[in-house]
Design a protein around this ligand. Structure first.
Ligand code: C2E
Ligand code: MG
Ligand code: MG
Ligand code: MG
Length: 284
């Protein structure tokens, strides 16, 4: 719309485009054109951000977070390209690639750390969950891999369209022994009823909620209440986006079981994640 309006106003106005809109258009066309090659060439890769036990901070697992190294655009953030990949349908091959990479990495790390129960979380978007044939394919891949310790993260947006259907799909993962995390809780459509009605095992509390608890005592009480509720429902709780010692203290005090955030570590290349995993302090 902005594009047309700018053209209507005549020459010269096109330079006034919103930079992010231009970027979005550029990424969209590049994504459509270049993604297949990037997937094949190893330019779509994963970083691994540690998830630590609170309050001590030992590494119990990682969240796999995708990155795209574009030959001209440089590293493109998933916040930019995942929504576009969902629209174009390219999320399907991309998501398959992500799962394969993450499962291979997890299998390797499990062999290196016997008995530690290491986990790796993989994000799935709604578009992936709603394609039944695709879900069959993912489940088949997971089953054949025989890997243990895989978890799936989905946001609540997946569960708002059709709750029964969402429940059925989620249950299929769980039946395979793959626990489910409700991601980004406290943003968007957050609904407490979903926690009771859908088969989630882990609640991930969004960064915005964690930051708010750090500055506002009422929000801290709210956090505490939600953690209690989750525990009563047999969910474990991960606090996301912990950046300060104050936030770490608050989420620990509120009863969060696990934490994730820049305070502990940024998303890391596999080799660095592995070094952290094998460091003496991490395994003691
Ligand atoms: P998410 O699943 O909620 O992942 C957490 C995001 O928070 C990551 O951003 C992570 O780098 C960032 N983060 C972690 N700790 C901190 C912190 O202390 N401070 C701040 N400011 N940020 C922190 P990232 O990697 O850019 O990913 C953004 C979103 O893209 C993810 O949010 C997820 O929804 C989506 N995404 C990432 N990888 C995949 C994937 O493989 N498949 C799908 N479908 N979505 C993905
Ligand atoms: Mg996530
Ligand atoms: Mg999240
Ligand atoms: Mg998020």
């Amino acid at each position: 719309i902005a594009l047309y309006r700018a053209k209507e106003r005549g020459k010269g106005r096109t330079v006034l485009f919103d930079a992010s809109l231009r970027e979005a258009i550029l990424i969209r066309s590049r994504l459509q054109r270049d993604l297949p090659r990037s997937l094949a060439g190893g330019d779509v890769f994963l970083l691994y951000q540690p998830i630590v036990a609170l309050p001590a901070g030992e590494v119990v697992g990682f969240e796999a977070l995708v990155r795209w190294r574009h030959p001209e655009l440089g590293i493109v953030s998933p916040a930019r390209f995942i929504p576009i990949a969902e629209e174009t349908g390219q999320i399907l091959p991309l998501g398959r690639h992500v799962l394969e990479q993450a499962v291979a990495q997890l299998a390797r790390w499990r062999r290196m750390t016997p008995g530690r129960g290491l986990t790796v979380n993989v994000n799935l978007s709604a578009r992936q969950m709603w394609d039944e044939g695709y879900v069959d394919e993912l489940l088949g891949f997971i089953a054949r891999s025989g890997v243990e310790g895989l978890k799936i993260e989905v946001t609540e947006s997946m569960t708002v369209t059709d709750q029964d259907q969402a429940g059925t799909i989620l249950q299929r993962f769980r039946a395979l022994g793959v626990p489910l995390c409700m991601d980004d809780f406290g943003t968007g459509y957050s609904s407490l009823s979903h926690l009771g009605d859908l088969p989630f095992d882990v609640l991930k509390i969004d960064k915005s909620f964690v930051s708010a608890a750090g500055t506002d005592p009422r929000r801290e009480s709210l956090l505490r209440g939600i953690v209690d509720l989750a525990h009563r429902l047999d969910l474990s709780v991960v606090a996301e986006g912990i950046e300060t010692e104050t936030e770490r203290a608050i989420v620990s005090r509120a009863g969060c079981d696990y934490g994730q955030g820049y305070l502990f570590a940024r998303p890391l290349p596999a080799a660095e994640a592995e070094a952290l995993l094998l460091a003496p302090a991490a395994s003691s």
